[in-house]
Ligand binder design. Structure first.
Ligand code: PEP
Length: 251
């Protein structure tokens, strides 16, 4: 049985003080036995505050980015061992903003995913097509290429630690989510692809939908058979809104 996972990608929002206030409000909403895994992804600078407020609550936190090398001459970058020191459980890998704004390639994303697994951190691997690719009937082809590249060196006994977030690029931050039937179709495709590549171990992989998830549409995605959670940007910045989405994932 896959435990649903709902994650908050704050992107470049919230100072340490704002993060602390959010976490105090959020943890007061979440019952101790809440049956959904919750993960907060603050900016690096707020990781310390988030850790102090969430340690011992069962709510987890992660990093939005990391460099694949352990250390070196990479000005401005942060490594997995440095982030592990902040107690992270998850790392977002392959987000479309990293691919498209910062030019991250499939190969670089694969190296980050490998570094996360080696550090004992679970990657959330984001995949998804652009609007022109969907219109051209190439959505599956693009997602398959992203999966194959990022998971190239992954062994079957490692795959259960990975979460896949299907995030159509055109749905991120636009207020226009995918149609639930299209999200389900792609999630089922991803699940079949993983089963072909990794066999029975792939059954443990959780697949999230991401792209303009809000409290009023979350239920339509989170009840779908092949969707095990959501990766939420804008609507995760308010604790009440994020918790309303998390509640929609309860099975
Ligand atoms: C995201 O950044 O991964 C995302 C899904 O953003 P939003 O919910 O704002 O579309």
């Amino acid at each position: 049985m896959r435990v649903p996972i709902v994650a908050a990608n704050w992107k470049m929002h919230k100072t340490g003080a704002e993060a602390r206030e959010y976490c105090r409000g959020f943890r007061a909403l979440v019952p101790g036995d809440f049956p959904v895994e919750l993960v907060i992804f603050p900016p690096f600078t707020a990781l310390g505050a988030v850790r102090e407020e969430l340690e011992g609550t069962g709510i987890k936190w992660g990093a939005q980015n990391a460099h694949p090398e352990r250390e070196g001459a990479f000005t401005g970058e942060v490594s997995l061992p440095m982030l592990r020191e902040h107690g992270i459980s998850y790392l977002i890998v392959g987000h479309s903003e990293r691919r498209n704004i910062f030019g991250e390639t499939d190969d670089f994303i694969a190296r980050k995913l490998r570094a996360a697994l080696d550090a004992g951190v679970s990657p959330i691997l984001c995949v998804g097509e652009k609007l022109a690719e969907r219109r051209a009937g190439r959505a599956r082809e693009v997602v398959e290429r992203q999966l194959a590249a990022a998971l190239e060196g992954v062994r079957a006994d490692e795959v259960g630690a990975i979460v896949i977030a299907y995030e159509p690029v055109w749905a991120i931050g636009t207020g226009v989510p995918a149609r639930p039937e299209d999200a389900q179709e792609m999630a089922a495709f991803i699940r079949r692809w993983l089963a072909d590549r990794f066999g029975g171990d792939a059954a443990a992989v959780r697949i999230q939908y991401g792209g303009s998830v809000k409290p009023d549409n979350a239920g339509a995605f989170l009840k779908l058979p092949d969707i095990d959670g959501a990766l939420v940007g804008g609507a995760s910045l308010d604790p009440d809104s994020f918790f309303a989405i998390a509640k929609a994932a309860v099975r």
